[in-house]
Design a protein around this ligand. Structure first.
Ligand code: FPP
Length: 246
């Protein structure tokens, strides 16, 4: 593998978010069932988590199941649920040993008690880990996230815990499932859509679309994404000249 990342020369994104797309197409190309693509995709998840943790990414947020994914054929949905449960079990010790803090984001109420218990147990086990935060978005939608933040604000306002003038961009952001702004958003599978992912958090993120299907996403692909990120001038609404002076 060509080594594109040279320590000290390339800065990695602090918060990397990934829309993992293309599992179905990967399987179809090989005449396999879609679920085989998801299984292969789970291997790419393990690879990506290890790479990011060992290269200094602070937060990695993965879109594993959107609130719209329930509309898929029932056998695919239940296959995905089984896959999540089995990955939680098989990766539990490794994640903890690698000092990774795991958090699940999304409306978890629709999942089985068994899956919810496995999630709670992994979150509890890794709660004090500090090498990297791994957010796994399941039954997640960006609009849902903003809605639940709004509900929390209204509830605090009704209880007189927050004044109207203290409702601002920060107090909304503090109540989101993921508080931190995304630095780099990667989407595999060649489509350039945000698909209701971290809508609020991606306001100023760089967006990198790659044609590789998610199961083929490997260390070389991540390095290309990081190299792209490094080539961007992040202006946050300012001019190039202002950035140069900072
Ligand atoms: C999108 O590809 C992928 C998903 C909806 C599922 C993502 C799940 C995994 C990567 C497996 C395991 C994940 C974890 C966190 C353990 P698609 O099926 O829409 O692909 P297509 O566009 O080619 O049909």
């Amino acid at each position: 593998m060509q080594n594109l990342l040279h320590p000290g020369e390339v800065s990695v994104p602090r918060h990397l978010a990934i829309i993992m797309d293309g599992n179905g197409r990967w399987a179809k190309k090989r005449g396999m069932m879609r679920l085989m693509g998801h299984r292969q995709g789970a291997k790419a998840v393990t690879r990506t988590v290890e790479f990011c943790a060992s290269h200094g990414v602070s937060i990695l947020t993965l879109f594993a199941f959107s609130s719209e994914n329930w509309k898929r054929p029932p056998e695919e949905v239940s296959g995905l649920m089984d896959l999540f449960a089995s990955v939680l079990k098989s990766e539990r010790d490794r994640l903890h040993k690698n000092n990774i803090k795991v958090k699940f984001i999304g409306d978890l109420s629709r999942f089985s008690d068994k899956l919810k218990n496995a999630i709670a147990s992994l979150e509890q086990l890794t709660e004090h880990n500090s090498a990297m935060i791994l957010n796994i978005a399941i039954n997640y939608g960006g609009r849902w996230d903003i809605m639940q933040a709004a509900k929390s604000l209204v509830s605090d306002a009704l209880a007189n815990n927050i004044a109207l003038e203290d409702i601002n961009e920060q107090s909304i952001q503090q109540r989101l499932a993921v508080i931190e702004d995304v630095d780099l958003l990667v989407r595999t599978g060649g489509e350039s859509r945000i698909s209701n992912f971290l809508l609020y958090q991606c306001a100023y993120s760089e967006f990198y679309v790659c044609d590789a299907l998610w199961p083929d996403f490997d260390e070389e692909q991540i390095q290309l994404a990081f190299t792209y990120f490094n080539s961007r001038e992040r202006r946050f609404g300012m001019t190039s000249e202002q950035i140069a002076k900072k």
